[in-house]
Design a protein around this ligand. Structure first.
Ligand SMILES: Cc1ncc(COP(=O)(O)O)c(C=O)c1O
Length: 224
């Protein structure tokens, strides 16, 4: 990542989809220092915030530590409620006023019912978080064991979020890999090509179906 006086905006996604990487708080502060030096805004997609697998589940939010920090979050990931279509943005007041002004042009109102259910979920957010951590930890253990035993796959294991980026050791384009895998086994992964990461696929690891899915992937890879 290069920042200079020509840079206007730095976009981060923390924790990251697809890799599950988490920017350590100290590193985030260093990034802020550099951005501040060049007067750069930082927009941080924090939809997975609260899902760190190690230490404090919550990374620092960029809007809390930087005057030109803009944080966006939603109900979709950390609170497992993507159907609500409710999200938020946090930034300094003058920017929020600008955003509200623009928003008037394209959104008259979000659904009041969605808003109501989002409020209910946020009031009991800890119980949702405990349930999610349980699913994540189980998934991570299954993934960890699979990576350790599968010679045709490699991965820097996720430290947060719900996705992992897997490198497969076969000479086949990721689009063909994903399409053929889906057709022959029903297991859907995102081809790395769509992420400019050819030779990789993205896997959602927080599902009860993970173990059988990984066995099917192993069988599929062996037949390539
Ligand atoms: C990093 C990231 N940001 C934003 C979104 C969109 O979230 P929402 O459902 O709240 O629009 C996603 C959904 O996949 C995501 O992975």
């Amino acid at each position: 990542m290069t920042m200079s006086s020509k840079t206007k905006l730095l976009c981060l996604n923390n924790p990251n989809n697809p890799t599950g990487a988490v920017i350590p708080d100290e590193m985030l502060k260093e990034i802020v220092e550099i951005a501040n030096k060049y007067n750069i805004w930082i927009l941080s997609d924090e939809v997975y915030r609260g899902l760190n697998l190690y230490g404090n589940p919550y990374s620092l939010s960029i809007a809390d530590i930087y005057e030109k920090g803009i944080s966006v979050g939603s109900m979709s990931k950390t609170y497992s409620l993507p159907g609500l279509r409710v999200g938020w943005i946090t930034a300094r007041e003058d920017l929020i006023n600008e955003i509200n002004h623009q928003r008037q042009y394209n959104t008259i109102s979000i659904s009041i019912i969605d808003d109501y259910f989002a409020s209910l979920a946020l009031e009991t957010k800890n119980s949702i978080a405990y349930r999610n951590f349980d699913i994540m930890r189980k998934g991570l253990t299954v993934l960890e064991e699979w990576i350790a035993s599968e010679i045709y796959a490699d991965c820097i294991l996720p430290r947060g979020g719900t996705t992992a980026l897997i490198r497969y050791k076969k000479d086949i384009p990721s689009r063909d890999f994903a399409r053929n895998l889906q057709r022959s086994t029903g297991v859907a992964v995102l081809p790395g090509e769509t992420l400019e990461m050819e030779g990789y696929f993205r896997l959602g690891f927080c599902t009860d179906a993970l173990s059988p899915a990984l066995s099917l992937i192993s069988e599929f890879i062996r037949e390539l």
